[in-house]
Design a protein around this ligand. Structure first.
Ligand SMILES: NC(=O)c1ccc[n+]([C@@H]2O[C@H](COP(=O)([O-])OP(=O)(O)OC[C@H]3O[C@@H](n4cnc5c(N)ncnc54)[C@H](OP(=O)(O)O)[C@@H]3O)[C@@H](O)[C@H]2O)c1
Length: 325
């Protein structure tokens, strides 16, 4: 039997239950991974509340690291005993072991431990596609990145610095501002008390930014549109404050013929080759110490509800992992 988090209905953190499940043998294109650490992500909360819907009952989680326990008959790139990690899977990574699709499973370099891997696969591969594919940063830009002290945010601060990009990061407290700066943010804006678009205008000498990365959603949408240059791009990649709804497209014309995309990792990580290449880029930056994973919270799996409550209440910084050893 395997201990795993399951939910019978959508709702608050209390719907998460630790139960015993059977993990079936892997399908032909799957890998069974015995987890040593599991990553917590905001998307897990969307699935818990039902903002993103999956037929119930279901598990949660899509990011983990551990050791390969079994492989399906078509799997050739990893074998039993390999140290691996993944940043996408069918829901259910909140568990002692889980079947992931082989195309999302990558071998871990020796110098990357399980907790570090569980903290960075989904978040780091997200920054990879945001910065290297959705809007390919060249190194001379000034950009706006919301929630810069979060899990994705602290990786973004460091990746931007490594690229030579000036990242203006929004945060909700002086402590989070200090953390974002320590991780390479060029400037920070406290969006709980400052006018974001006005500050962006000041910081860029009236030029605004060519691209805004917005994982906060509803509460930052207007500020994001007002901070981007004419014909610039707003990358709306998350809903931490609620979903952006009811957009009148005319607003894009009146604010400068803007572009908007609502991307998701799954549409970028579409093949094993693409996942391996993106992970290699991330691992290389980690090996060169350009990106250091900041794990500020650790919880046992049994406290998945508490962990999610802390994330939703903006009480976390950097990454959060569930430890299983
Ligand atoms: N589309 C994709 O492919 C993709 C992939 C990965 C992640 N994401 C998205 O990226 C975002 C960041 O993910 P993460 O897991 O790293 O989370 P996180 O950034 O660690 O946590 C979310 C942060 O958002 C900020 N926030 C602003 N308003 C909030 C509100 N009303 N409620 C809660 N938080 C609020 C908080 O920072 P402050 O206190 O500083 O405001 C909070 O710490 C999420 O929206 C997630 O869904 C998208």
């Amino acid at each position: 039997m395997t201990k795993a988090i399951r939910l019978q209905k959508h709702g608050g953190p209390e719907v998460l239950e630790l139960v015993d499940i059977d993990v079936p043998p892997p399908a032909a294109d799957e890998v069974t991974v015995r987890h040593h650490a599991v990553g917590l992500n905001f998307i897990d909360i969307y699935f818990r509340t039902g903002l993103y819907k999956q037929p119930l009952p279901h598990g949660l989680g899509a990011e983990a690291a551990g050791v390969v326990e079994a492989v399906g008959r078509d799997v050739t790139h990893v074998k039993v005993g390999d140290r691996v990690a993944y940043g996408q899977s069918p829901l259910g990574a909140y568990a002692e072991r889980h079947n992931a699709k082989a195309m999302h499973v990558v071998k871990l370099p020796k110098d990357i431990d399980f907790e570090t891997a569980a903290a960075m696969m989904l978040k780091g591969l997200t920054v990879q596609y945001l910065f290297r594919q959705t809007y390919r940063l060249q190194g001379n830009e000034t950009i706006l990145f919301h929630a810069a002290a979060g899990g994705v945010g602290l990786i973004a601060c460091q990746w931007a610095k490594a690229l030579g990009v000036k990242l203006i990061g929004t945060v909700s407290s002086p402590e989070k501002a200090a953390l974002a700066r320590e991780h390479g943010a060029w400037e920070t804006i406290d969006y709980s008390r400052e006018d974001v678009a006005k500050r962006v205008l000041e910081l860029t000498d009236g030029k605004k930014v060519p691209v805004v990365y917005d994982g906060v959603g509803k509460s930052t949408w207007e500020a994001s549109l007002d901070s981007v240059q004419p014909r610039g791009l707003v990358v709306s990649f998350g809903n931490a404050s609620g979903a952006v709804e009811g957009v009148n497209l005319g607003v894009l014309a009146s604010k400068g013929s803007l572009y908007v995309t609502r991307p998701t990792l799954g549409h970028y990580a579409t093949s094993a080759e693409k996942v391996q290449a993106a992970a290699a880029e991330l691992f290389d930056l980690v090996a060169k110490k350009k990106i250091k994973l900041t794990i500020d919270q650790r919880f046992p799996l049994a406290q998945a509800g508490e962990a999610q409550a802390a994330l939703a209440a903006r009480k976390t910084t950097g990454a959060t992992v569930f430890t299983l050893d």
